[in-house]
Design a protein around this ligand. Structure first.
Ligand code: BGC
Ligand code: ZN
Length: 376
């Protein structure tokens, strides 16, 4: 039996649809999953725009899509914790199997770079009807979160970035004078201030985690205040700063120096111009991936001087592992409760897979666009 799929082709340009043979169980740990919903993100659109075709040897196509929820339809004989009918979210990266990180379930920190990623590097993704993967890469979804679980992957990216930041900031276990605000406590952010750059899905989820920890959060966007991106942020009481022409001086005047900067715009000129705004002992996290080749001019002496004199840390964070998917599913329950079912409103557009050309076109008025293969 063949199934419908959307992705990139070796021989044709643009985004294309094609038929693929429906996959089957190959080993005892394999699980066959029917895709119910799959999310679209900047990486998909960028791969299409740049025709970045990382197709496995011997294959003609790569199926795009790396954010999904599906239902288990068949399990291999050695599958222990999943059964037919269970709802699952698949992770993205498949480790190199050589480095200590990958051998310890942390392929997001792979040190060889020989990993693969579903829907991105060498492996088929989820813009199709079925996929097979081992049980270890499938995270069960609690019943109450099934309707928004397609958002687990982008949230897991923010979970990883924030948890890296917490590891690093455990260099200041006291943080402020309130022991109840120390890192690891639920309200660890209460005396802190954060800046989120960009209010797309990753910026939104970064802000949601910061707000759950009671951090005073400001965000910069260039879209107007009536856009759904800005509205969702404001529903969590994050404060809007118009990003057009913003300077680091104007920003500090408005909000003071942030203890945490969460960069999710991928606009390098803006991102780098704001490097000097951090508070003493602050952390600046890069999660956005700039896709072009921009030349940026800045006062390097000022930047380095300030970073040294104020113990600044800059980190980059990519991908996420199973533990971050699990935390994401847990935190979604809290977000849903605290911010009045906000996750339902993060999904702004739903398309059937056959309308992929329309769905994948850039849409500045969207927050999260998804495909629905089967009604949940
Ligand atoms: C995905 C990550 C992935 C990265 C780079 C992002 O869109 O969410 O899981 O590691 O792209 O390929
Ligand atoms: Zn590795």
């Amino acid at each position: 039996m063949n199934m419908f799929a959307v992705g990139l082709a070796r021989k044709y340009d643009g985004v294309v649809d094609f038929e693929l043979e429906k996959p089957g169980i190959r080993g005892p740990k394999d699980v066959l999953v029917k895709v119910l919903q799959a999310g679209i993100d900047g990486t998909d659109r960028d791969m299409i725009r740049r025709q970045q075709k990382d197709i496995a040897e011997g294959e003609e196509y790569i199926v795009l899509g790396h954010e999904a929820i599906g239902r288990v339809v068949e399990v291999g004989l050695g599958v222990e914790n999943l059964k037919v009918g269970d709802m699952v979210v698949p992770t993205v990266r498949r480790g190199c199997n050589e480095c200590p990180s990958c051998l310890n379930n942390q392929s997001d920190m792979c040190s060889t770079g020989f990993y693969k990623e579903r829907g991105i590097h060498k492996l088929h993704g989820y813009f199709t009807e079925y996929f097979v993967d081992e049980e270890q890469y499938l995270v069960p979804v609690p019943h109450s979160m099934v309707h928004v679980a397609v958002l687990t992957e982008p949230l897991s990216i923010a979970e990883k970035a924030i948890s890296q930041m917490q590891h690093i900031q455990s260099r200041l276990p006291w943080g402020c004078f309130h022991p109840e605000h120390s890192i690891g406590q639920p309200g660890w952010g209460a005396c802190k201030k954060a800046l989120v750059i960009g209010a797309g899905p990753i910026g939104f989820f970064g802000a949601a985690l910061l707000r759950l920890a009671d951090i005073a959060t400001y965000f910069i966007e260039v879209v107007t205040e009536d856009s759904p991106k800005v509205c969702r942020m404001q529903e969590m009481e994050a404060h809007y700063i118009d990003g057009k022409g913003i300077t680091s001086e104007a920003l500090v005047k408005r909000m003071g120096n942030p203890d945490i900067v969460f960069e999710a715009s991928g606009v390098s000129e803006l991102a780098l111009s704001l490097l000097p705004v951090g508070a003493r002992n602050g952390v600046y996290i890069f999660t956005g991936i700039p896709r072009g080749e921009s030349q940026v001019c800045m006062d390097g002496d000022l930047l380095i001087r300030q970073m040294v004199r104020t113990n600044q840390i800059v980190i980059g964070s990519i991908n996420s592992n199973r533990s971050h998917f699990e935390s994401a599913l847990g935190d979604m329950v809290h977000m849903d409760k605290r911010f009045n079912h906000i996750l339902d409103r993060v999904i702004t557009h739903v398309y059937p897979l056959k309308d992929y050309k329309e769905a994948l076109a850039p849409n500045p008025n969207s927050l999260k666009v998804i495909f629905e293969m089967e009604k949940l």
